[in-house]
Write a protein that binds this ligand. Structure first.
Ligand code: 5GP
Length: 205
């Protein structure tokens, strides 16, 4: 269940002439295995005009992932040059790889009045909130660490050692959930999808 009351949008989104002023920036984070990808997909399916910010990463594509769709896959050297040149609105090192969000992309889309969805980790959320304090942050929680462990085990993609690391990280991430304005617990998926959609609608309507 969403543990917080839905707040009104943080700022007026329409100008006096009825034009859109600036888009809303939705930021979603979750521990690995909490169902974030599925929930982001549901939001994107529901709101066709929601712009998904495709992150840049130095990790290799997984099977089925497409360059420019799932991520922009770039080399470490290019990413590090981007850090020096302030190309990233935020960036982080996750599991030994860099991940970052294009600052130009965010600024252009938001100033055109489009709403953006960011799927980033907690380190990135801290940085984004420095830059965009009105960002609408949403944290996806698993019902419990025990459930998360069962989900990771039944996925069958990770070794017991990797699962142990993911659970340790999840515990640390869940301890920082108060950084987020909204918390959605993904117990039953249809309920979590409905809650997430309601949050989006509250701001976008
Ligand atoms: P994966 O490699 O499994 O796709 O993603 C690993 C983690 O990196 C996830 O928690 C995901 O949210 C995070 N991530 C993906 N893109 C970005 C990004 O641009 N910035 C940050 N800070 N984290 C990201």
């Amino acid at each position: 269940m969403n543990e917080r009351k839905l707040e009104p949008p943080p700022r007026e989104k329409l100008t006096s002439s009825g034009e859109k002023k600036s888009g809303f920036l939705f930021i979603i984070s979750a521990p690995s295995g909490a169902g974030k990808s599925t929930l982001c997909r549901a939001a994107r399916d529901r709101f066709a005009d929601l712009v998904y910010s495709v992150s840049y990463t130095t990790r290799s594509p997984r099977s089925g992932e497409k360059d420019g769709v799932d991520y922009h896959f770039i080399l470490k050297d290019e990413f590090e040059k981007g850090i020096v040149r302030h190309r990233w609105a935020e960036w982080a090192e996750v599991h030994d790889h860099y991940y970052g969000t294009s600052a130009d992309f965010l600024d252009e889309e938001l100033s055109s009045g489009r709403d953006i969805l960011l799927d980033i980790d907690i380190q990135g959320t801290h940085q984004i909130l420095q830059r965009y304090p009105d960002g609408i942050t949403i944290f996806i929680m698993p019902p419990s660490l025990e459930t998360l462990k069962c989900r990771l085990q039944s996925r069958g993609t990770d070794s017991p050692e990797v699962i142990a690391v993911r659970l340790k990280n999840a515990r640390e991430e869940m301890a920082q959930k108060d950084l987020y304005r909204h918390i959605v617990t993904n117990d039953r998926l249809p309920d979590a999808v409905a809650e997430l959609i309601t949050i989006f609608e509250t701001y976008r309507s």
